[in-house]
Each structure stands twice: as C-alpha cells, then as structure tokens.
Write a protein that binds this ligand. Structure first.
Ligand SMILES: C[S@@+](CC[C@H](N)C(=O)[O-])C[C@H]1O[C@@H](n2cnc3c(N)ncnc32)[C@H](O)[C@@H]1O
Length: 256
C-alpha cells in the first residue's frame, strides 16, 4: 500500500483515481500490479514518444499463413499495446478485435490507425483478468502479455480466458518472453515505481513505471497450459521480436 500512496501523492488531486487508471476497482496494489502499464503509457506520451516499434510480429504473420487463418476468421488480440500487429492485420482486411487494459494505449491505437476503425468494434479497453466477451474466436493471439502476470491466479485466468473464448476448432498463439530455460519473477510491489528505460524508437532515456515480469521455463509454461486444458500444437523460440528477444511461442488448441 505504501507504494500506491506515494504515487497517489504525486498525482494531480483534481482527478479521480479512475481517470488515471481507467478502473474504479483499485483496492490493492499487489493485486493490481499489472495495471502499471497504464502509468507507463501516460508517462511515455507526455514526452510525445511511442513506446513500441511499429513493426508487426513476424511470428503472428507466419502463424496466420501456416495455419491458413482466412480474412473471414474472427480474430482477437489480447494486450495489443500500441497496436503494431492489430493495425497491420486490419489494414490487410482481417477481422480483428484488439483489447488492452490501458485506456490510454487504446486511444493511441485509434490515433495510430488514423481513426479508420470503429473504436468499440476494433479497439477496446478491456481487462483479461476480470472481464469476459460474449463472442468466441477462430484465432486468438497475445504477444508479450502472459509474462506480465506474476500471480498464479492471474496466469490461470489468462489461459482460461483463451480456452473459453476459442471456437471449437480455434487456435491461439501465445508469446512469452524467455529462452525456455531461465526463470525470473519481478517484485510486484515495485511495479509502479519509476525506473530509467531507453525508448526503442529514439534511444532517449526516460523514467517510467517498472511494470511486472514473470519469465517461466518450457516445463512450467507447458504444465500451466495443460492444467488449463490447452494442448500445444507447435512450440518454438523466436529471435525475431526485437523488444522481447528471445521469446517462447506456442500454438495451442482446446483439449477435446
Ligand atoms: C509488454 S506489452 C505488449 C504489447 C503488445 N502486445 C506488443 O507486442 O507490443 C503488454 C501489454 O499487455 C497489457 N495488459 C496487461 N495486463 C492486461 C490485462 N489484464 N488486460 C488487458 N491487457 C493487459 C498492457 O497494458 C500492455 O499493453
């Protein structure tokens, strides 16, 4: 609670907490550590920078081609960030809904896609941990999001969300930072603390929220998937996602 109070002290008191975090339900900082990305995006945009590159993830495109995902397929991106993959696919006429917890980054996605797409139709503020959608999807992908969930319950909720939102023959691509061998967990009480980081697009150093990180090895990753009735069809290590190298990639489907 101490870290949260420190941050709340530094904010503009004329604003309600929900205006900062996009959510009224902000009771315990340890449970809400994954919301620190909202703070990070606000800090980055004050400098008028972008946080990510605009390059789409090669592994998403390769999976779409390899698994023959058609432009009629219903696609969901979980944790889209600045939309580098969703905007690329939307511009190629794929039917994508991209969601992210951060309202600030969803607004940025609208701007970066030149307001070409209906806000709630294509980009949506949404919490994978606490919200559900009425739709099911043929292809779900999520790049560099699962490694942000440190709490075991949150990790299981993430996998369960995928399971319950996949169509019967649907598949999902999940990408997690890690080399498949080493394991590492960040201290979630420090997620909102500022740290100096280099902006990938311009090499400038700025202070931003630390956020969270839980790198697992292949053994843990596959066991978690199995526990949540997700069957691994293919797995590989990708060196092609510059900001998240190396990354463990899995294509999964629902257990029959
Ligand atoms: C490391 S970034 C990756 C962004 C993007 N996929 C990319 O590859 O550039 C992780 C993203 O997950 C989002 N996120 C974290 N927790 C979330 C949650 N519970 N629901 C939805 N999005 C979440 C963050 O806001 C952030 O944009």
């Amino acid at each position: 609670m101490e870290k949260r109070e420190k941050f709340l002290e530094s904010r503009d008191n004329t604003k309600r907490e929900s205006e900062y975090w996009g959510n009224d339900d902000f009771n315990d900082i340890d449970d809400d550590y994954y919301k620190a990305y909202e703070k990070r995006y606000q800090q980055v945009y004050k400098h008028n920078y972008l946080w990510s590159s605009k390059e789409p993830t090669p592994d998403v495109i390769e999976t779409i081609l390899k698994e023959k995902i058609s432009s009629n397929a219903k696609i969901l991106e979980l944790g889209c960030g600045e939309g580098r993959d969703a905007i690329f696919l939307l511009n190629k006429n794929y039917d994508v809904l991209a969601v992210d917890y951060s309202n600030t980054v969803i607004e940025k996605c609208k701007e970066l896609s030149n307001y070409n797409y209906n806000y709630n139709d294509k980009f949506k503020q949404f919490d994978i941990i606490n919200d559900t959608l009425n739709d099911k999807f043929d292809f779900i992908y999520s790049i560099a999001v699962i490694h942000m969930f440190v709490n075991k319950e949150h990790r299981n909720k993430f996998y369960n969300f995928i399971y319950s939102h996949l169509n019967k023959n649907g598949i999902a691509l999940i990408v997690s930072m890690g080399d498949g061998i080493k394991e590492y967990k960040s201290d979630v009480t420090k997620s909102f603390d500022d740290v100096e980081r280099v902006v990938v697009n311009n090499d400038e150093k700025i202070n931003i929220a630390t956020t969270s990180c839980n790198i697992v090895n292949w053994n843990t990753f596959e066991q978690e998937l199995l526990n949540n009735d997700l069957v691994v069809k293919r797995k590989w290590i990708s060196e092609k996602i510059p900001e998240f190298n190396p990354a463990m990639c899995v294509v999964v489907c629902r257990k029959e």
